[in-house]
Design a protein around this ligand. Structure first.
Ligand SMILES: [Fe+2]
Ligand SMILES: [Fe+2]
Length: 184
């Protein structure tokens, strides 16, 4: 796969189409390399792993949450994340992709991680916040993967998944707003 750089501030992704010696700068900062994947299969494995993590997150918290409506919502989400995982697995097993032209190993996975740790006694609002952040990270991940995909079908798959994660986020946000406004 080609080399890609991403601006940590504005999110712009730049593809290197010819090598040079200069440093890439955006928003007054050096851009960080994000194409740490050696092959398309590695990209898919990474995304499959993230979907499994999301599925387990929703299942685990569905059991712990006292709020029944949210718990049911989480079970539903777990099912949808599972479908995403299966979709990616189908792409991985059914398609052939050109091997990577060169290997890049810089890992910038932190971009797609959620920075707050859930606690067993978190309340309804906190659970919603953690879930929203997860969905935002997933959305970002698929958007970036789509930008980097050199196969048209793969790009469409990633864009479709990004939209689904955006819908998850919206559903959680709607729930969150409802919660805030009915509180007082
Ligand atoms: Fe997902
Ligand atoms: Fe999701």
């Amino acid at each position: 796969m080609s080399e890609f750089y991403k601006c940590a501030i504005c999110g712009k992704i730049v593809k290197v189409i010819a090598e040079g010696r200069g440093q890439l700068v955006c928003c007054d900062q050096p851009m960080g390399m994000i194409s740490h994947f050696k092959s398309v299969n590695e990209v898919l494995d990474f995304a499959i792993e993230k979907e499994e993590e999301a599925r387990l997150f929703y299942l685990e918290w569905a059991k712990k949450l006292e709020n029944k409506a949210l718990s049911e919502q989480f079970v539903l989400f777990a099912g949808e994340e599972n479908k995403h995982k299966e979709k990616l697995q189908r792409v991985r097993s059914g398609s052939t992709f050109k091997p990577a032209a060169k290997q890049v190993t810089d890992l910038k996975i932190v971009d797609y991680l959620v920075d707050i740790t859930p606690t067993p006694d978190m309340d309804y609002q906190e659970a919603l916040i953690v879930a929203m952040r997860r969905e935002k990270a997933s959305f970002k991940l698929y958007n970036d993967l789509a930008a980097m995909a050199e196969d048209e079908g793969l790009r469409e798959t990633f864009l479709a998944l990004a939209q689904e994660e955006a819908k998850h986020k919206l559903r959680l946000e709607t729930e969150y707003e409802k919660e805030i406004y009915t509180e007082n």
